[in-house]
Ligand binder design. Structure first.
Ligand code: NAI
Ligand code: MG
Length: 491
């Protein structure tokens, strides 16, 4: 793994944008230095793209959509190219996992899991490309009515830094399966895998201009892309504040959007639950990727009779958690950047100062470089549901426990934030499983399980502030296309 990485970094310290099938620097020649979150040291550069680079990528994507071979390619051939890209992701799996881990600080095994999911997205959408079709509709005598599912045109995908390779794959897979062309803007903190996937797409044989990758700061490249009149649809995963800015920018051209904006996802543990089975899942749901996960299970609601026992068992597990450099592959890595570390630490400090009980704290490995962005995990107990900690997305290794009295109380607490992305329900009572699953406002609900990451075939998205539109599975193909109704008169 490390050998692979040193080869890539030695050969290609300066990553380039992908526009119209070519690797190009920013027109300004400016770059952004890439730092490894594990030690804070620079190891690569990416282009600091601006509006002029975005414009040339959008033109390339437009040209490919309207005039290139892509515009005439049958769906099954688009699918074959996606399948080929998935195979190339697998073949370069070690390299991609190492790159993703070093760029984001995530433990190497998480990088590997991300590669597996990424390859699955391309495989899934490769197979789905020729299986989405329209309807024929019974209409008036003398008429035949049918629907066609058509691509939007040029789609902009603005990608966050937490699972860059996976999130790019769900966007690219669905958008290209439906025949759109794409401009991807990865996050300035995690662009390397996006560039490598863009290069692999060239190798897979995608026509020039179908998949363009532009790196740069959100306020420059991202803002220019979301407001560009040549874009037909925008899909975004990230913070609600940036989501609002992107929707406003897209609205200047009245373009459609898909928004996945994070969560404050609850797991409800009833007194009859199989607690032993639940415990490792409850911990993993907040520790995976250092808690920097949109679907993180950041609130545990526990039925009062078992509250103390579950809190103690979680506390025991939390006190053993260790944050360490990505290549030590322990429980969690560092936060992605210094701002994220400060943000998470501020949540922890203000919660502790406001008197919220600290049940347990994990630690930072003694060998972790002092310039890395580490945060020790914290478990808070008996959290006030109205507190900032209970209401806001921390996006770090911070878990809050709440006690509830009955099913109605649990549902009220579960739905008691502005978010609605994922929920977990732990109970052996079958009728209750169904009742609660229906009453919880969340885009995905897991019963006696939790975890959205790997499920490429499972539709995913938010209610309320968590966003709108659906990604993953077949549903994403509907978001990535529009219905055209054609009516024939033949009387
Ligand atoms: P962000 O939402 O600002 O960044 C995500 C992407 O949006 C990046 O590619 C960025 O370059 C781009 N972007 C930023 N400003 C933009 C603009 N005005 N127009 C167009 N694109 C723009 O997230 P940020 O600042 O990196 O992290 C802040 C917080 O957001 C985190 O602490 C976390 O709470 C949340 N977040 C949630 C994610 C999720 O998966 N739900 C992912 C990343 C962050
Ligand atoms: Mg990085």
């Amino acid at each position: 793994m490390d050998q692979n990485l040193s080869r890539i970094v030695a050969q290609d310290k300066n990553f380039l944008n992908i526009i119209n099938g070519r690797r190009v620097a920013a027109l300004s020649q400016e770059t952004i230095t890439v730092l490894c979150p594990s030690d804070g040291l620079p190891f690569a550069t990416i282009p600091a793209g601006t509006a002029e680079d975005v414009d040339s990528a959008v033109r390339a994507a437009r040209d490919a959509f309207e005039h290139g071979p892509w515009s005439r390619m049958p769906a099954f051939e688009r699918g074959r190219l996606l399948t080929r890209l998935g195979q190339l992701v697998e073949e370069h799996g070690d390299e991609l996992a190492a790159l993703e881990s070093r760029d984001t600080g995530k433990p190497v095994r998480q990088g590997k899991a991300d590669v597996v999911a990424t390859a699955r997205y391309y495989e899934f959408y490769g197979g789905a490309a020729d299986k989405i079709h329209g309807d024929t509709i019974p209409f008036l005598d003398g008429f035949t009515a049918l629907t066609l599912r058509e691509p939007h045109g040029v789609v902009a995908g603005i990608i966050p830094w937490n699972y860059p390779m996976q999130i790019m794959a769900r966007v690219v897979g669905a958008a290209l399966a439906m025949g759109n062309t794409l401009v991807i803007k990865p996050a300035e903190d995690a662009s390397l895998s996006a560039i490598r996937i863009g290069e692999l797409a060239i190798e897979a044989g995608f026509p020039d201009g179908v998949l363009n990758v532009i790196t740069g700061y959100g306020r420059e490249a991202g803002a220019a892309l979301s407001s560009h009149p040549g874009i037909n649809y925008v899909t975004f995963t990230g913070s609600p504040v940036t989501g609002t800015a992107i929707q406003q920018a897209a609205a200047t051209n009245n373009r459609g959007v898909t928004m996945e904006l994070g969560g404050k996802s609850p797991q409800i543990v009833f007194a009859d639950a199989d607690v032993e089975k639940a415990l490792p899942v409850l911990v993993n749901a907040i520790i995976q990727n250092g808690g920097q996960t949109c679907s993180a299970g950041s609130r545990i609601l526990i039925e009062r009779p078992i509250y103390n026992d579950v809190a103690a068992a979680l506390g025991e597990r939390f006190s053993k958690l260790i944050a360490a450099p990505h290549d030590m592959d322990l429980d969690l890595g560092p936060m992605v950047n210094p701002a994220q570390k400060r943000k998470v630490e501020n949540f922890i400090t203000s919660a502790a100062e406001s008197g919220i009980e600290v049940v347990a704290r994990g630690s930072i490995h003694v060998d972790a470089p002092v310039d890395g962005y580490y945060v020790a995990p914290v478990l808070f107990g008996a959290v006030d549901p109205a507190s900032v900690l209970a209401q806001e997305e921390v996006f770090g290794p911070v878990l809050s426990l709440f006690a509830f009295d009955d099913e109605a109380d649990a549902i009220k607490l579960a739905n008691g934030t502005e978010y609605g992305l994922v929920a977990g329900i732990w109970t052996r009572d079958g009728a209750r499983q169904h009742r609660v699953a229906k009453k919880v406002r969340a885009g995905q609900v897991f019963v006696n399980a939790y975890g959205a990451g790997g499920g490429v075939e499972l539709p995913f998205g938010g209610f309320k502030k968590s966003g709108h539109g659906r990604e993953k599975g077949f549903e994403a193909l509907f978001d990535m296309s529009a219905t055209k109704t054609v009516v024939f008169r033949h009387d």
